[in-house]
Every structure is written in C-alpha cells, then in structure tokens.
Design a protein around this ligand. Structure first.
Ligand SMILES: Cc1cc2nc3c(=O)[nH]c(=O)nc-3n(C[C@H](O)[C@H](O)[C@H](O)COP(=O)(O)O)c2cc1C
Length: 322
C-alpha cells in the first residue's frame, strides 16, 4: 500500500505490517455486536454466528452488509439461503456473543428464538433486528461480503452491546456532549445546576417528589418511612436522636411519629427510647418493596450498569465506601 506523505503519528504502523497490529488498529473503531442467523437449506438447521462487521449501506433501497470469513463453517449455509437475519445484541447479551463465536453442537440450545423471513432464527431481547434477503455477495480477501436488502426491521428500547479494543462495552453519553433535551420540567436552568451539590439536590428533589406521590397513594409518607427505617437500624433511639438521624424537623417527626404510634407500628417512650413493633417491621418491608419497584422503574431511564456505578460513586462521596 502507498504511504501517506504526512508523518505517521507515534506508535502508528503501515498496514502492510503485522496483521496483529492491523487488527489492534481496527479494534480502535467501536462497533455494535450482532448474531447473524439463517436457515441452512441443505440440512434445515438453524445457523448463526457472532459478527461485528455489520454496517449500513443504503437507505433507498435499504441495504446493509456484513462480512464472513471464508473459513466459517456457516459460510455454505449463508451462501445458499435466500435470507439472513441480523440480530443486534443488547447490552445484556454478552453471553450470546460469546456463545455464537465458539464452536458448539447447537448454539441455539435453550434459547427461545422464533422463525423470521426465510426461516432465519430471530433471537429474544435484542436491541434491533434486520431481516434481509441476500442480494449480493462480493469477494473481500479472506472474507466474503454479504449484502442484504432489509425486508423487515424492528427497534427495541434496549441499549446495544458495544465492542471496541477487543472488549465489550456499554453505550454512555460523552460528558462533554450537551445532554439530550430534558422533558419540560417547569423550571428554568440555572448556572448553579452545573455544580455537583445543586445537581445532586435537584436529582433528589425530582426523584423524591415522584416517590412521595407513590407513598401517599399507598397511604403513608416520606417522613413515616424514614422514621421506620431509622428505628429498624437504631432500635431504642429517643425522639432527639430519631429526629436527627431521619433528617427531619421536630414538628414533622412529631406528627409522623404520632401517626405511627397510633397505628401500632412504633412503641416505647419519646424520652427513653422508641422501637418498631412487629407490624412496624412488616410495614417497613412493604415500603421497601414499593421503593425497589419505584427505583427499578425510574432507574430504567439510565443504562444497565449506570445505576450501580452511580450508587458506588455516591457511596464514595458519602464516605461510606463503594
Ligand atoms: C465480537 C465478535 C465479532 C466477530 N465478527 C465476525 C465477523 O464480522 N465476521 C466473521 O466471519 N467472524 C466474526 N467473528 C468470529 C466468528 O463469530 C467465529 O469465528 C465463529 O465461530 C464462526 O462460526 P462458524 O465457524 O460456526 O461459522 C466475530 C467474533 C466476535 C467475538
């Protein structure tokens, strides 16, 4: 190949060099991960293999391509079949990527797949799906380039799996990118919102307002839940300690505590010590289930793994490890 006139960047290679280095350089280009499937017309068997060479070609007509190594055992099936399906894996499907890249008796064993156009297997829980008629195959060195016309496709609300530098990754917004337009919040953005503490506070306010609505619908309130939670980890706390640990004002604590004592969920003496009754413990367990459901619903807006990372970072900031 001809060398460019510009001086190569440090660490760069001519691509005529070592193919391992070429592979590493190509690995700098992040891709999604697909499992391309078909039905072998000769045997009638389902066939599929992991591929990240998938690429869009044309919108009108709708064409895509992927390339298959000449040594793939699946090659004859893909060249003989009229259709193939490009199953774009979602972030939680690393196991499928690994499975369809390894030799196995039956890669589809135990997977609830369904049949698509031309009998090509369609996998569950994808990020996107393209069902294609094979319209061309081209020589491509040690690979064959298969071009498909998209006859049917689907997009699912699941982030895709990413592959870069020989490793699996997740889709995440770049911190320097403007955030996607947020739904109308009824409040103008303020320069302070770029600072961590106001941001944390706003996130808390927004989440807590929504959670409070759910608690009210369940016939309770945030302060009641906090009091139950504090008494579960600090049984015997007196009124002052309880107020401080629950981050509540005295009046709010008093009103919520009176309701909890009246309902039989808390017993004891405000001065010498308060504790949960059996019904208070059961009520807290029920409220925690409501909180878990709420979190699962709300945190669904974040990507997989992001919630755990966020919690770990917040624990570090809070000085409680993580
Ligand atoms: C992330 C990833 C991407 C891959 N992409 C391709 C590809 O685009 N084309 C290809 O021929 N093989 C690709 N492979 C390798 C094949 O999946 C692997 O060689 C597979 O065993 C071929 O199956 P077969 O020999 O049963 O046909 C990829 C493997 C992985 C893990």
């Amino acid at each position: 190949m001809s060398a460019t006139s510009a001086a190569p960047a440090p660490g760069s290679q001519d691509s005529s060099g070592d193919s391992r280095e070429l592979r590493r350089a190509l690995g700098q280009f992040a891709t999604g991960v697909t499992v391309v499937t078909t039905r072998d017309p000769a045997s009638g068997h389902a066939v599929g293999m992991t591929a990240n060479s998938f690429s869009s070609v044309s919108l009108e007509p709708p064409l895509i391509l992927w390339s298959i190594t000449r040594t793939a055992r699946s090659l004859p099936a893909f060249l003989a079949a009229s259709h193939f399906a490009v199953n774009v894996l979602s972030a939680e499907q690393i196991d499928l990527s690994v499975r369809f890249a390894r030799p196995a008796e039956d890669r589809f064993a135990g997977i609830a797949w369904r049949e698509g156009l031309g009998g090509a297997p369609l996998l569950p829980n994808l990020s996107a799906l393209f069902e294609c008629r094979r319209v061309a195959s081209h020589e491509g060195g040690d690979h064959i380039i298969l071009v498909g016309k998209v006859e049917r496709f689907a997009r699912f609300e699941r982030p895709g799996l990413v592959f870069a530098q020989g490793r699996y990754g997740l889709v995440a917004d770049h911190p320097m990118q403007q955030p996607a337009a947020a739904p109308e919040s009824g409040r103008d953005p303020h320069p302070y919102d770029d600072f961590l503490i106001p941001l944390l506070f706003r996130a808390y306010e927004t989440l807590f307002a929504a959670f409070s609505e759910e608690l009210e619908a369940a016939g309770t309130s945030g302060p009641e839940m906090r009091i139950l939670a504090v008494l579960s980890i600090r049984p015997g706390a007196n009124f002052d300690r309880l107020t401080r640990a629950a981050y509540l004002g005295e009046q709010t604590t008093e009103a919520a505590l009176a309701r909890l004592i009246g309902a039989g969920h808390v017993a004891g003496d405000r001065r010498t010590g308060l504790m949960l009754t059996e019904s208070g413990t059961a009520r807290l367990a029920w409220l925690i289930r409501i909180a878990e459901r709420f979190e699962a619903g709300r945190m669904g807006e974040l990507g997989p793994g992001e919630v755990d990372r966020l919690k770990a970072m917040l624990r570090r900031l809070a000085g409680t490890g993580g």
